[in-house]
Design a protein around this ligand. Structure first.
Ligand SMILES: [Zn+2]
Ligand SMILES: [Zn+2]
Ligand SMILES: [Zn+2]
Length: 350
């Protein structure tokens, strides 16, 4: 994630800010060029500090779940991230934690959309385009058969995942090292982009099968077997997670999510100019993040930054008694899978 600069006082502002902490000017994210705009707080119209152009907030600002802006005369009421919402939780039930869970989901979704737009991936709302993407944030209470997943451009997320206690319980039950909202979203959207970028492209599909295996293997049978027998003992040699062993589609979605994790870690480090230079000179632990990974062709260069970075951040987390930021091992076969995704996205980039 980038860090941004206030157009009024030049202080740093952050992605979820509603105003500048230093001067109090209002902030609004403009997705078309990934910039944060600022506005004088004491006038009714939203006139940007730098360009003196009039904007309006996304309609979801009313619920305090979005700080994105659209041009004043844009016919849309919702920003490009909120246009993707097909179902949001029932907010009339004030006794439930639906609203709070939705807020958490929106933070994760906006970060996801930021990243997809930064990569330059096609991103249209399914409400406007049959091949597009949409989100259903739903409760099992409305329909017990609902599950988190993806089908046909619809990403369904159970809103209970927004509750950190229930999510941690699910993580323990599933024996997962990591379970987050942004992780769910990155995984599920991976299935959508497999459909868009791989399925109907014979050359890409052939290369996909050579690396991830043949996805024509019966999916529900494969999942049943996985839930019965678990992952093979040596899964870490070739897979990023146990679940990735279940079927090539899941391997793709898990690896895709990790690709997005890595890009966001390195981009954030770049914007903070993180320099890891340990006191005891260990070459493998030394790094300076001097480039934006989204502009980098060479994936090895990106990955090399990741190891020292995650070791440094893991150590800070351990100092605070919280879990490691990146509790995964990336083996050479996983690097090949990540590179496949990187190459594919480089090609797709605008
Ligand atoms: Zn300011
Ligand atoms: Zn919005
Ligand atoms: Zn999946």
């Amino acid at each position: 994630m980038k860090i941004f600069q206030c157009g009024h006082c030049n202080a740093s502002v952050f992605f979820e800010n509603n105003s500048c902490d230093t001067c109090g000017h209002l902030t609004g994210y403009r997705a078309t060029d990934h910039k944060m705009l600022t506005f004088a707080p004491d006038i009714a119209a939203l006139i940007s500090d730098r360009e003196h152009t009039e904007y309006k907030y996304c309609k979801n600002k009313e619920y305090n779940v979005c700080n994105w802006v659209l041009e004043k005369h844009d016919p849309e009421d919702y920003c490009s991230a909120c246009q993707l919402n097909r179902t949001i939780p029932n907010l009339s039930n004030t006794a439930s934690d639906n609203f709070e869970n939705w807020q958490h989901l929106e933070i994760a979704k906006h970060r996801l959309v930021y990243q997809l737009q930064k990569i330059g991936l096609p991103l249209r709302s399914k409400l406007q385009d049959e091949d597009g993407l949409c989100f259903d944030f739903v409760s099992k209470k409305d329909n017990p058969s609902l599950m988190t997943g993806h089908a046909n451009g619809v990403v369904t997320i159970l809103i209970r995942e927004g509750n950190s206690v229930l999510r941690e319980q699910a993580r323990k039950d599933m024996v997962e090292p990591y379970r987050t909202l942004v992780g769910h979203l990155r995984h599920e959207v991976g299935h959508y982009y497999w459909e868009r970028l791989v399925r109907h492209h014979p050359k890409v599909l052939k290369d996909f099968r050579a690396i991830f295996g043949n996805e024509e293997t019966d999916y529900s049978e494969a999942l049943q077997t996985y839930y019965k027998t678990g992952a093979p003992k040596d899964w870490q040699d070739s897979y990023i997670s146990e679940y990735a062993t279940s079927h090539p589609w899941e391997d793709w979605a898990e690896t895709w999510a990790h690709y997005l994790h890595i890009m966001e870690m390195v981009e954030t480090a770049y914007f903070f100019r993180v320099n890891v230079n340990p006191k005891f000179k260990t070459r493998a632990l030394k790094t300076k993040v001097s480039f934006d990974p989204y502009t980098k062709k060479n994936f090895d260069a990106i990955l090399h930054k990741c190891v020292p970075l995650s070791l440094a951040v893991n150590s800070i987390n351990r100092a605070m008694g919280i879990p490691d930021v990146y509790p995964f091992v990336i083996s050479p076969p996983i690097i090949e899978k990540l590179k496949f995704i990187h190459q594919l996205l480089l090609y797709k980039r605008k």
